[in-house]
Every structure is written in C-alpha cells, then in structure tokens.
Design a protein around this ligand. Structure first.
Ligand SMILES: Nc1nc2c(c(=O)[nH]1)N=C([C@H](O)[C@H](O)COP(=O)(O)OP(=O)(O)OP(=O)(O)O)CN2
Length: 138
C-alpha cells in the first residue's frame, strides 16, 4: 500500500529579485515591482509531501509532528522573518530567492533526514494566493 502524506508550515520573509550584473532598467523590465530596491515580503506556505508504505503497527508513514519539526528546523525557522537575499540561509551565494529556486533547495535540505520507509514526493511553495511552485525531485 503506497500512501502520500502532506504537511504544511508557514513563514514570512522578504526578498528582492535582482541580477547585479544587469542595469537598473533591465532588472525593472524583467522583474517589475519584485526588483524594488527596498525589498518586499510574502507570507509563504510550504507543503511537503512524502510517499511510502505506512508502518503496519503505528499506521504512520511518518509522524506528522516529527515531519513538522524537521520542516521548522531545516527551513521555516531559518527563513521566517528573514531577508532571503541578505540573511544567512541554505541558498548558495548568487542564487535568487524565487519560488522555483526555493523549492529545489528546500528539497535538498529535507531529503537526507527522512526515515527509510518513505521518500520525498513533492515540495510545494505558495508565494502569493496566485503563485505556487512544485518540485518533484527531477
Ligand atoms: N516564475 C516566477 N515568477 C515570479 C516570481 C517567482 O518566484 N517565480 N515571483 C514574483 C514576485 O516575488 C512577486 O512579488 C509576486 O507577487 P505579486 O506581484 O503580488 O504577484 P501576483 O501574481 O500574486 O499578484 P498580481 O497582483 O496579480 O500581480 C513575480 N513573478
């Protein structure tokens, strides 16, 4: 029996989408108001979905409270109330804090710490009520 377990955590953070080697004009042309030099913030919702076989005794794929603790320790406690361009986090130097880049690097943070009976299926990050990105590990 293969099941999918999802858990949501939240954080809010500031960022700016800006390529330093481009002119101001090009940055504003490509990123619009997301290039605002004084940054801007979002209330992010992070969904993590695991796939696997539940333990026959507990019926758990993974204790959802343990998954929440992992998501907080590895991701949301680090990003919450931060400036994702300037504060230390798991994004490599020079990688812009777009929704696409965040889901990829959040996956890298979580994957090594999951129990043997399950694997990461999807990391989904909702940036605004209208924008979300999903990563399935490919
Ligand atoms: N492919 C991506 N496109 C955009 C991203 C992203 O991460 N990946 N991010 C942004 C900005 O962060 C921007 O701040 C998004 O907010 P907003 O402009 O409010 O966008 P919405 O579409 O949700 O709202 P509208 O008011 O309808 O524009 C932009 N693009």
């Amino acid at each position: 029996m293969l099941v999918y377990l999802s858990r949501k955590e939240s954080f809010n953070a500031a960022h700016q989408l800006w390529v330093p080697s481009w002119s101001d004009e090009k940055n504003f042309e490509i990123f619009g108001k997301c290039a605002n030099k004084n940054f801007h913030g979002h209330n992010y919702e992070l969904w993590v979905t695991l796939k696997g076989k539940p333990d026959p005794v507990t019926g758990f794929l993974m204790d959802a409270k343990v998954l929440a603790k992992l998501m907080r320790e590895k991701v949301t406690d680090i990003l919450d109330h931060s400036n994702m361009n300037m504060d230390p986090n798991f994004l490599p130097e020079g990688v812009l804090p777009t929704t696409e880049n965040l889901v990829y690097y959040i996956w890298q943070e979580l994957a090594p710490f999951l129990p043997d009976n399950c694997q990461l299926h999807c990391v989904k990050l909702q940036e605004t009520p209208k924008i979300y990105c999903e990563y399935f590990g490919e």
